[in-house]
Design a binder for this molecule. Sequence first.
Ligand SMILES: NC(=O)c1ccc[n+]([C@@H]2O[C@H](COP(=O)([O-])OP(=O)(O)OC[C@H]3O[C@@H](n4cnc5c(N)ncnc54)[C@H](OP(=O)(O)O)[C@@H]3O)[C@@H](O)[C@H]2O)c1
Length: 338
Amino acid sequence: MTTEQHARAPRGTTTGMRALVRHRYGATADVLRCERVDRPRPGPGEVLVQVRAAGVDRGVVHLVTGLPHPLRLAGYGLRAPRNPVVGGDLAGTVVALGDGVRRFRVGDEVYGTGHGTFAEYARADEGKLAPRPATASFEQAAAVPVSGTTALQAVRDHGRVRPGQQVLVIGAGGGVGSFAVQIARSSGAVVTGLTSPGKLDFVRSLGADTVLDRTADALPERRYDVVLDTGGGTPVSRLRRALTPTGTLVIVGGETGGRVLGGVQRQLGATLLSPFVRHRLGTFVARENAADLAVLAGLVDSGRLVPAVDRVLPLASAPEALALLCAGSVRGKLVLSV
Ligand SMILES: NC(=O)c1ccc[n+]([C@@H]2O[C@H](COP(=O)([O-])OP(=O)(O)OC[C@H]3O[C@@H](n4cnc5c(N)ncnc54)[C@H](OP(=O)(O)O)[C@@H]3O)[C@@H](O)[C@H]2O)c1
């Protein structure tokens, strides 16, 4: 058995574990099950983490459905998932080390991303883990890795947000948005959050200077130095009208759809147009790494970033958690307690 494979393990086996698995791609309710499987073994450069909490992220939905199709070419399995266990974010305790691991010891409390984290144990690359923020619970820490890293890279690297700039966050009440509002604010920007009606107070509580109801206000007529778009499908032409003459648009994500392109047409359009206009328009794929996790842990421990955990659900409720996420009603993040 390779380390990617998780055979079904009989109940009571000492090397078994509970995990959320799917053996084929499909709708969450049809394919996702809580089963007993073998514990994974850490490969070279990996550690085995006893998962205490796992964050629920949009990426998990893509990995359950196998859509858009190009994702399957990225090593996740063409016809069926290579690793049946789902989940990316984790916080937990290192219980075993693979060959060559230098940065961690057994017993270290860590957070970051791993391979199949909706489980009692998960493998993780040591380069995608950092010590758990000292002031955060496992549940709070598990909410951070993918969404926090994405928000940090959107604000700092792609938005290049500077103190005093006007920043608009679209989808401010979602996972990435809730981190982006706080990180932009802690960078000294003046932040406007565009959100759904039921999340206005929530986004205000994150520190946004101005909060707008996306159903009532649509896109505001004022101009922003940086627009970070994490939700919906506002056309690039409309987003550009919300920018100052040399402003920056970062499309983090948005409406998904289409089995092939998965709704990335706006991102492609913005990237192709950018060289020909004064605006900087673009998108990016976040790269989880230990250095950024350490930055995020520092922000959490200094009180400048508070992971917004809407609800903690038990591991077996992962299908319900993914359904809630897709319904768009989650304030910030959902976390599974393992
Ligand atoms: N580029 C990358 O590397 C990267 C990494 C992670 C995620 N993503 C993508 O980024 C997007 C956000 O991820 P997430 O984890 O934050 O998802 P999420 O937690 O589901 O948040 C998305 C938010 O978008 C807002 N939204 C939904 N429909 C909208 C509409 N019609 N108009 C305006 N806003 C709308 C909602 O926020 P409000 O209720 O506040 O309006 C929703 O909470 C997803 O598309 C995800 O796939 C990209």
